[in-house]
Structures are given as structure tokens and as C-alpha cells.
Design a protein around this ligand. Structure first.
Ligand code: NAD
Length: 479
């Protein structure tokens, strides 16, 4: 239970009760039992947080960039002392195992990356018109917002607050209703180190009314969202219908992984297994569609089954050594099982798993499906679970067409020893990131990450992210 834990809203540097006094319940997906409840933010609380962020902006935006960076470093230091607690709370609320969790240390590294680059925001000059001295400057938007999903809350938080706060913005961040607790540890850490009040408020709440109120708020100038494509579209619409705020969207995926005959098959199998098993398949960039050249298909199937079975042993996400936890909640669980029902109805060739596990909690067997038809829902839709579809191909042009035949475009990979072919295929793949002989979750914190097509717009990480949290202004001086 989490009864001794601070669960109020964090607004203006203080924990406080919501206007409504309402709470909502949290459940442990490993047992499906209730573990406590958390205070819920409503529209009036959003208004309070925005008002506080607006006041804080006056000072924060005028604070030297290096000092803003130092505050982010202090926060990163404090978070480093609390990694285990945050990891435990995420395991408890959404089932990601504590054992070998890489997401929270990575989140802290991201915070430090942006802390070090707070002074790197620069403009340009122009002398192209002899009568003018022209320049551009980059300035913060003002009050901004972030709405994050449940699968990796601290990682998502760091990707939003790192560049936003380094660039001089203030922010109101809404966590997911499924896993709000670890971000409340961030709030506690901010209070403990005396982080300037109002610069970051953290609200627990639902999409409606809290998330919607942020998307529609007239005083918020930019909103960064990570979550499903459907919600991303709703947020963009709400933003367009209110004050046309700048919106960054990191959405879903159905990432293809292409393996040519000459590839290192054993490595491809290990990487494909790891990619689909990250957070029990609940990763936006999971390589969920594998296309393997016909002549190597049966060997690949055997290898990938072996790897998935090895790393797919399930257990209590709180216990040392657990490799795989449950799905995040009953909605995720039911949704994934409904895809497995479709596989049964369509009489697909399920070569591993294919059902729920026979135990308490929301556990689903790691599943491999061979040669599902290209128009099957399992090939077309994001399942967000431990379900890998493996198909064969014989022709490069044909596999590229099939790999790109999706509305998503977050990540794609190609495995081959032929560098020219690798680059030719990489050029043709419609995705924001392409891995050559690596696959997701491999990214680099100094390079942009984001989606093409319905996987989103805008970029996180790297210098692009820092720039994306600023408005450009052109200044012209008559000579
Ligand atoms: P979701 O869209 O259901 O919810 C995400 C967040 O949006 C939550 O905080 C939720 O409360 C909020 N929300 C819901 N409706 C809203 C509305 N009408 N207005 C404002 N906010 C609203 O997604 P989820 O189930 O939490 O996460 C899973 C999805 O996230 C998957 O599709 C996955 O691919 C995607 N995801 C993408 C990335 C990425 O970087 N591209 C990373 C992680 C997850």
C-alpha cells in the first residue's frame, strides 16, 4: 500500500489538496489489487498551476541560463538518490520490473544533458541586405505543458522538463492516471532542494478533465504530449480550437525490422527479442513486425523463440531477478487478449505463446506469430504487448513497400552486412529513426527522436529539442 506516501497535487512549490478533494484508486497489475489512491486535479487546479507558472516565468526566464542548468543538475543529483524508490513505484503501479531497469538512470542522464546545454541556445546573423544588420534570437514560449503516458513516467518527464526548463520556460506536467507516483517523488525532491516555486507543477489526473483543460488553456503557449495517436489527434484539435498553441506529439508505432539473408542472424534474433520484450511489449518503438528473407526464416523463428523464452520469464516486478512483469492494467490486458482472439479467429500460425498466463495479475505469454497476412489487424495495428509478427520476403522493393505500408513511422531497422544495401533501404524507410544492425530501444540522447506520419510531429532529445522549446524572433537594425 502507498498510504504513507505524499499524493497531493504539487502546485507552486507546495503539495496541496485539489479544489474538489477527489481521489482516484491505483492498482497493482501483478495482483490486480488496489494499492492506494491519489488526489485528482480538476480544471480549477490546472488554472492555479498555470497562474503560478505564469508568475514564475517572470523570474525563471530572466535567470542566467547557466544557473537554470545548475538547478537541473541539483534536481538530477537529488533524483539519483531516489532511483530505487521511483523504480519501485513504477513497478508497483504499472508492472515494469525493478531489476535492471534502465529507464530511470537514462532519464537522469537526459536531465544532465539538457542541464549542460542550457547556454547553447543561439540565433543567427544576416548581412545579406546592405542596409540592414539582421539577427535572430531564441526566446522561451512562456507557460508550457506536458502530458505523459504510463509506460516510463520518469523518462518521459525528463524528456519534457529537461529542454523546456533549460530554455527558460515554466511548465505544468500531467502524469498518467495509471502511474502517477514516481513523478510525485520528483515533486518531493524539488521541494527538498528548494527548486524555484512554480517553475514546474506536477498534477495527477485523467485525460478528462485535467489533460483536456491543459490542451485548451489560453495561457499555455506550447504543449508536449506523449501517448496514443488517437489522444494526440484530440489534443491537437483542442489546441487548434483554443489558442493555436505549439504542439509536439510523440505517438504510437508499428516498427518494422528487415533482416536480409547475409545478416548476423543470431544478433538479429537477440535484438528482435529484446525490442519486443521491453516493458512487456509496451514500448512505442518496439520492433513488432519482423520481415526476414525467405531462405533464413525458419532458422530465425527458432532463434527468436529461444531468445524470447529466455528473457520472457515472468515474475513479481518488485522481486530481484524478475525479467518480465505483467501488462500495465486490465485495459491493456484485455486489449492484447482481444488481438490474440483475432489471431485464433483468423487461424494464424502462432508459433509461441498466444494466451494469458495461468496466474493472478495481468500476465500474457510472449507470443510469436508467423506469416500473418499483410492486411491482418495484427500487422496493421499497434498491439502494445509482447506479440511479435514474423513474415518472410524475397524481394527488396517488395519488403520496403510492406514495411512502409502503415500509418505509423516511429522507428525502423535493417539487418545486413552490405552497407550499400543498408543505406539504400534506410533512405527508403519512412520512419523518424532507422537502425542499421541495431534496433529499438537504441537511441542517442544527442540526436533527435520522433515520428513520421501518424507517429507524431516535432522531435525530442538533442539540440533540435532544445530549439523546439523556443520561439524565434528576427531583429532588424537599419544601418
Ligand atoms: P493515452 O493516449 O491513452 O494517454 C496518454 C496521456 O494522455 C495520459 O496522461 C492520459 O491521461 C492523457 N489523455 C487521455 N485523453 C486525453 C485528452 N482527451 N486530452 C488530454 N490528455 C488526455 O496513451 P497511454 O495508454 O498512456 O500510452 C500508450 C501509448 O503511448 C501508445 O500508443 C504508445 O505507442 C504511446 N507512446 C509513445 C511514445 C513515443 O515516444 N512516441 C512513448 C511512450 C508511449
Amino acid at each position: 500500500m502507498v498510504s504513507d506516501f505524499e499524493t497531493r497535487l504539487f502546485i507552486d512549490g507546495e503539495f496541496r489538496l485539489p479544489h474538489s478533494g477527489k481521489q482516484f484508486d491505483l492498482f497493482n497489475p501483478a495482483t490486480s489489487k488496489q494499492i492506494g489512491s491519489v488526489y485528482e486535479a480538476g480544471v480549477e487546479d490546472v488554472d492555479d498551476a498555470v497562474e503560478s507558472a505564469s508568475q514564475a516565468f517572470e523570474t525563471w526566464s530572466e535567470t542566467p541560463a547557466s544557473e537554470r542548468g545548475q538547478w537541473l543538475h541539483r534536481l538530477a543529483d537529488k533524483l539519483s538518490e531516489n532511483v530505487e524508490e521511483m523504480s519501485r513505484l513504477e513497478a508497483l503501479t504499472m508492472g515494469r520490473p525493478m531489476h535492471n531497469d534502465f529507464t530511470i538512470p537514462w532519464a537522469i542522464e537526459i536531465l544532465r544533458y539538457f542541464a549542460n546545454r542550457a547556454s547553447d541556445i543561439q540565433g543567427e546573423t544576416s548581412l545579406s541586405d546592405p542596409s540592414l544588420f539582421g539577427m535572430t534570437v531564441r526566446q522561451p514560449f512562456g507557460v508550457t505543458a506536458a502530458i505523459i503516458p504510463w509506460n516510463t513516467p520518469i523518462l518521459m518527464l525528463s524528456m519534457k522538463i529537461g529542454p523546456a526548463l533549460a530554455a527558460g520556460n515554466t511548465m505544468v506536467l500531467k502524469t498518467s492516471e495509471k502511474s502517477p507516483l514516481s513523478c510525485l517523488v520528483v515533486a518531493r525532491c524539488m521541494k527538498e532542494i528548494g527548486f524555484p516555486r512554480g517553475v514546474l507543477s506536477i498534477l495527477s489526473g485523467f485525460g478528462r478533465p485535467c489533460g483536456e483543460a491543459l490542451a485548451k488553456h489560453m495561457d499555455i503557449r506550447k504543449l508536449a504530449f506523449t501517448g496514443s495517436t488517437a489522444t494526440g489527434k484530440a489534443i491537437k484539435k483542442a489546441a487548434a480550437e483554443s489558442n493555436l498553441k505549439n504542439v509536439t506529439l510523440e505517438l504510437g508505432g508499428k516498427s518494422p525490422l528487415i533482416i536480409f539473408e547475409d545478416a548476423d542472424l543470431a544478433k538479429a534474433a537477440v535484438d528482435a527479442a529484446n525490442s519486443i520484450m521491453v516493458v512487456s511489449g509496451q514500448s512505442c518503438m518496439a520492433s513488432s513486425r519482423v520481415y526476414v528473407e525467405d531462405s533464413r526464416a525458419l532458422d530465425f523463428i527458432e532463434l527468436v523463440k529461444k531468445e524470447i523464452t529466455k528473457i520472457g520469464v515472468s515474475g513479481d516486478p518488485l522481486a530481484k531477478g524478475t525479467l518480465r512483469g505483467p501488462q500495465a492494467d486490465h485495459l491493456q490486458y484485455e486489449r492484447i487478449l482481444s488481438f490474440l482472439d483475432v489471431a485464433r479467429q483468423e487461424k494464424l500460425n502462432v508459433v509461441l505463446g498466444g494466451d494469458k498466463e495461468n496466474k493472478a495479475g495481468y500476465y500474457i505469454q510472449p507470443t510469436v506469430i508467423f506469416e500473418a497476412p499483410d492486411n491482418s489487424r495484427l500487422i496493421k495495428e499497434e498491439i502494445f504487448g509482447p506479440v511479435l509478427c514474423v513474415s518472410t520476403f524475397t524481394d527488396e522493393a517488395d519488403v520496403l513497400r510492406r514495411a512502409n505500408d502503415t500509418e505509423y513511422g516511429l522507428y525502423a531497422s535493417v539487418y545486413t552486412r552490405d552497407i550499400v544495401r543498408a543505406l539504400r533501404v534506410a533512405k527508403k524507410l519512412q520512419a523518424g529513426s532507422v537502425g542499421i544492425n541495431v534496433t529499438s530501444p537504441t537511441t542517442s540522447l544527442d540526436l533527435p527522436f520522433g515520428g513520421w506520419k501518424e507517429s507524431g510531429e516535432g522531435r525530442e532529445l538533442g539540440k533540435h529539442a532544445l530549439d523546439s522549446w523556443t520561439e524565434l524572433k528576427t531583429i532588424l537594425i537599419g544601418l
